[in-house]
Design a protein around this ligand. Structure first.
Ligand code: ADE
Length: 416
């Protein structure tokens, strides 16, 4: 009996078609799927995954299922599930899905808990809610886990904090830290899809707008670049002097949020930290300013402050709420201040998730291969895995690159 909990089972055909389209655009994962199809390296392995339930996640999950795993899939955000994809996945054997779009916080954490109760051998997470739940609420289960993967910067930071306090109960592969993940997914994936989210919920013209990007990590860089390409005048805010300097030399205006708040038309946060845009900034803002967040948690734009300084709010269209402030001005908050790219759009395009999820799949195989040999630490993915993913991606793009001649190799190894 399939014990999946989804909301719109009738949408499975739409889900199937979307997943098929994603498969066409994720050739690296598909190549890996094929390579290990006969061997079934995950036979007898139970995996709990807390991932955004998108068509790209479906391609990864189907691959792991075809390799023999039994899987429990829960979401990694209450608003990011694509119900048609969840419906399609719920029809697959050995796969339980507990996800629907618009879960309450309680329903979301119930799904995470159910994923923990599945007693997995391997855990795949995006943001570390499942890892942390296992550690805090089910240490008995966690201690038996063979290993885990973590998809995102925020999740890796949380797990490194656990490691530092000697509380990590199983080895974790920091998939986020693979070069073929963060240089592409965080930059080009979030860069494009965050703007997609802003456009789908507003349809504003970007050209000529003053766009403020908070944070100049890989995500902030991607968003700033894409906004610039669409003709925005981009302002960056930072706390790190090196990143701030880089933003200046990349051609952006850099200033404090206090200054930027007075002139921005659109604000997108990408810092991973709390309270980046607070009441004092909101009260400075121009009439009609738009606020969105691209960081993992809904903590960067202080929604609490926004509610406190507002007299009323009104939903004006999907994922767009107009707040009327006590000072008479209006601000528009997109996607409740949650990840705008997944809530108001479809997340990163398949082509970048191809590399991220190739790293997820290979890291699962690495954990199995190295069973019992790894310490309770956060590990970077092996460099040869990164190179392999890049090589496969180039091959699927029909791009050939040069090789070093023996003389060149020798030259590079010599001190002379
Ligand atoms: N994170 C960002 N974009 C995503 C996508 N399309 N699928 C799964 N996780 C994501």
């Amino acid at each position: 009996m399939n014990t999946s909990k989804i909301k719109k089972p009738e949408l499975y055909k739409e889900g199937n078609k979307k997943i098929e389209f994603a498969e066409m655009h994720m050739p690296v994962v598909m190549k890996l799927r094929e390579l290990y199809l006969k061997e079934k390296p995950l036979e007898g392995i139970k995996i709990s995954a807390a991932l955004h339930v998108t068509k790209e996640t479906a391609v990864l999950i189907k691959t792991l299922q075809l390799w023999g795993a039994q899987i429990f899939l829960s979401p990694s955000n209450p608003l990011s599930t694509q119900d048609d994809v969840a419906a399609s996945l719920a029809n697959i054997d050995n796969l339980i899905v507990e996800a629907w779009r618009g879960m309450t916080n309680d329903e979301y954490f119930m799904a995470i808990k159910d994923a923990a109760k599945f007693k997995p051998d391997i855990v795949i997470d995006d943001g570390a809610d499942l890892h942390i739940t296992l550690h805090e609420e089910m240490p008995g289960v966690a201690e038996k886990i063979l290993g885990g993967n973590e998809e995102t910067t925020t999740g890796v930071i949380r797990l490194k904090a656990l490691e530092k306090e000697n509380k990590l109960l199983y080895p974790v592969m920091a998939v986020n830290n693979a070069l073929t993940k963060f240089m592409f997914d965080n930059r080009y994936g979030t860069g494009q899809s965050s703007i997609d989210g802003v456009l789908r919920s507003t349809n504003i013209l970007i050209a000529g707008k003053k766009a403020v990007v908070a944070g100049y990590g890989w995500v902030g860089r991607g968003i700033a670049q894409r906004l610039k390409g669409l003709g925005a005048r981009v302002i960056v805010t930072e706390v790190d002097p090196i990143k701030a300097l880089e933003a200046v030399m990349d051609g952006f205006d850099v200033m404090t949020m206090e200054e930027a708040s007075k002139i921005g038309d659109i604000f997108i946060t990408a810092t991973g930290d709390i309270d980046v845009i607070r009441a004092e900034h909101m009260l400075n803002m121009k009439e009609g300013a738009i606020l969105a967040n691209a960081g993992h948690f809904n903590v960067e734009v202080s929604v609490k402050d926004l509610e406190t300084i507002s007299d009323s709010k009104e939903i004006i269209r999907e994922n767009n709420v107009k707040y009327t402030l006590r000072n008479g001005k209006h601000l528009f908050l997109l996607g409740e201040g949650r990840l705008v790219n997944l809530v108001a759009a479809e997340g990163h395009p398949s082509e970048v998730m191809d590399m991220s999820f190739a790293n997820q799949a290979l890291s699962v195989l690495y954990l199995i291969k190295n069973k019992g040999k790894l310490e309770k630490k956060v590990y970077n993915v092996p460099y040869d895995q990164d190179q392999y993913v890049a090589k496969l991606k180039l091959e699927t793009m029909n791009i050939k690159i040069d090789e070093l001649t023996p003389e060149q190799e020798k030259y590079l190894e010599s001190y002379k």
